[in-house]
Design a binder for this molecule. Structure first.
Ligand code: FAD
Ligand code: NAD
Length: 471
């Protein structure tokens, strides 16, 4: 081993949490190294998550639209064909461009990119098994754990990424399956189910709960989204749990039973996607060498300043508490560097947007009706359907609505929920409103350009404190 190098900061993991933290530290002159083992920066999000999934979602949506939805728009197209290999190629090009971009930003901000697997030797030293062979020991005043998460496996159903796949396999199948079963109707399940349904697969989503969308989605929105996705051809089995899987035969067999009541059934598929959640990843990190523990869900325990019980070792992103979202990881990365440098930082966990990139998109920020009922908060509701919005009508894209939840007495916005084309972009306005403590009247009195989908946002706010004009 070489002699340990002394740094201000070592970050383990080059995902969104790790790379953003490294750039922020480098920008302010800290001597920083970021250790990443996968051979590319950007973590799950850029390599096998947000970015490749959105590439496939966008291009499969275009394919589906061109194949099935042009006639009413006055466009006659010929024989539309799918070239899955090229669609995957387009995805790979986007991923490569972005991960290389992060590498460039590392150089620009003097971040030492260490390619290898890092593990604690002691409270200040990390040993790196270098990808190219050999090892290097880094010694630092501060250490950040940003090792992310991995797909939760389904017991007894081994993931081979060909017939039994996680989201990673779903991002690089070499053929569209005839029959696909998706275990879990959360965001990963629904996004990937949408991709393959649009490309021609017969897809059944099995969900244990009585609603799709995973945790946090307002139930009125979840119901509407399910209806629209069902019209697109997706099949749903709600209140149904998967008990067992068997991939030994020609097709994969999935035994399901009613969540309550035990009615059993066997589903068969060429490909089964396991999308039942993700779990924190700390394998091989040597936490035991410094006496750090994880909780019952595998999360490294921290305080409000992201500190473990060893104060100069901090943890951010998917590997610890909070929603497993890239933009949450990014906020924490900036905050943690501010804590290290100046002793204070800021993340507003009450205003982190969530987006499901199906068609139409579903987006929300703040609390759902279920949250407010549980907390016994008195609230009022405002609604505006896209079918009454001029731009949505012009675009022949009128599915969905905007919903505001506001404090019954003060009119302060408590939650915004949108289902509709471009909901993922529109939610930024709701997030800003929530961050600024705006009332629905503040939004309703703000001029919005015409004709835009965002006018539905304004009118939903209008309908919360008064009356919408166009509905
Ligand atoms: P990760 O991105 O998992 O990065 C951790 C990195 O640490 C990895 O690259 C890993 O190789 C590395 N590492 C681990 N241990 C070591 C070690 N000992 N030494 C060196 N390196 C190590 N979120 C969104 O906000 N929007 C989306 O649209 C979205 N889509 C998604 C789609 C899919 C299919 C999936 C799976 C996830 C999606 N997510 C999305 C979630 C998002 O990817 C994560 O929230 C985000 O990547 C978390 O960032 P992170 O840096 O905490 O962890
Ligand atoms: P999830 O927790 O969102 O959903 C998993 C679903 O599987 C839940 O609805 C759960 O009830 C169901 N389930 C669990 N066990 C089951 C069983 N045995 N049978 C049937 N159903 C079962 O998890 P996910 O969809 O895997 O996503 C993981 C993480 O990745 C989430 O935190 C998500 O936020 C993040 N992600 C975000 C985006 C995005 O922001 N667009 C996209 C993909 C992933």
């Amino acid at each position: 081993a070489t002699e340990a190098e002394e740094l201000d900061l070592v970050i383990i993991g080059g995902g969104v949490a790790g790379y953003v933290g490294a750039i922020k530290a480098g920008q302010s002159g800290m001597k920083v190294a970021c250790i990443e083992k996968r051979g590319a920066l950007g973590g799950t999000c850029l390599n096998v998550g947000c970015i490749p999934s959105k590439s496939l979602l966008n291009n499969s949506h275009l394919y589906h639209t061109i194949k099935h939805d042009t006639k009413k728009r006055g466009i006659i197209v010929g024989d539309v064909q799918l070239d899955l290999k090229a669609m995957m190629g387009a995805k790979d090009t986007s991923v490569a461009g972005l991960t290389k971009g992060v590498e460039f930003l590392f150089k620009k901000n003097n971040v030492d990119y260490v390619k290898g697997t890092g593990a604690f030797v002691n409270e200040h030293e990390i040993k790196v098994d270098l990808n190219e062979g050999g090892e290097r020991t880094l010694r630092a005043k501060n250490i950040i754990i940003a090792t992310g998460s991995e797909a939760t496996p389904f017991p007894g159903l081994e993931i081979d990424e060909k017939r039994v796949i996680s989201s990673t396999g779903a991002l690089s199948l070499d053929a569209v399956p005839k029959k696909m079963v998706v275990i879990g109707g959360g965001i990963i399940g629904l996004e990937m189910a949408s991709v393959y349904c649009r490309l021609g697969a017969d897809v059944t989503v099995v969900e244990y709960l009585g609603a799709i969308g995973g945790p946090g989605m307002d139930s009125e929105i979840a119901k509407q989204s399910q209806k629209i996705l069902a019209k697109q051809g997706l099949k749903f089995k709600l209140n149904t749990k998967v008990v067992k899987g068997d991939a030994s035969g020609e097709s994969v067999k999935i035994e399901v039973e009613a969540a309550k009541g035990g009615k059993q059934e066997t589903l068969e598929a060429d490909v089964v996607l396991v999308a039942i959640g993700r779990r924190p990843y700390t394998k091989g990190l040597g936490l035991e060498n410094v006496g750090l523990e994880t909780d019952d869900r595998g999360r490294v325990v921290i305080d409000k300043e992201y500190r473990t019980k060893i104060p100069h070792i901090r943890v951010i992103g998917d590997v610890t508490f909070g929603p497993m979202l890239a933009h949450k990881a990014e906020e924490e990365a900036v905050a943690v560097i501010e804590y290290i440098q100046q002793g204070y930082g800021h993340v507003n966990y009450g205003a982190i947007p969530a987006v499901m990139y199906t068609y139409p998109e579903v987006a929300w920020v703040g609390q759902s009706e279920e949250d407010l009922k549980k907390a016994d908060v008195k609230y009022k509701v405002g609604n505006f359907p896209f079918s009454a919005n001029s731009r949505a009508k012009t675009n022949l894209d009128t599915d969905g609505f905007v919903k505001f939840l506001a404090d019954a007495e003060t009119d302060r916005i408590l939650g915004v929920h949108i289902i509709g084309a471009n909901a993922g972009e529109m939610i930024a306005e709701g997030t800003l409103a929530l961050e600024y403590g705006a009332s629905t009247e503040d939004v309703a009195r703000t001029c919005h350009a015409h004709p835009t989908l965002a006018e539905a946002f304004k009118e939903a706010a209008m309908s919360t404190y008064g009356k919408a004009i166009h509905y």
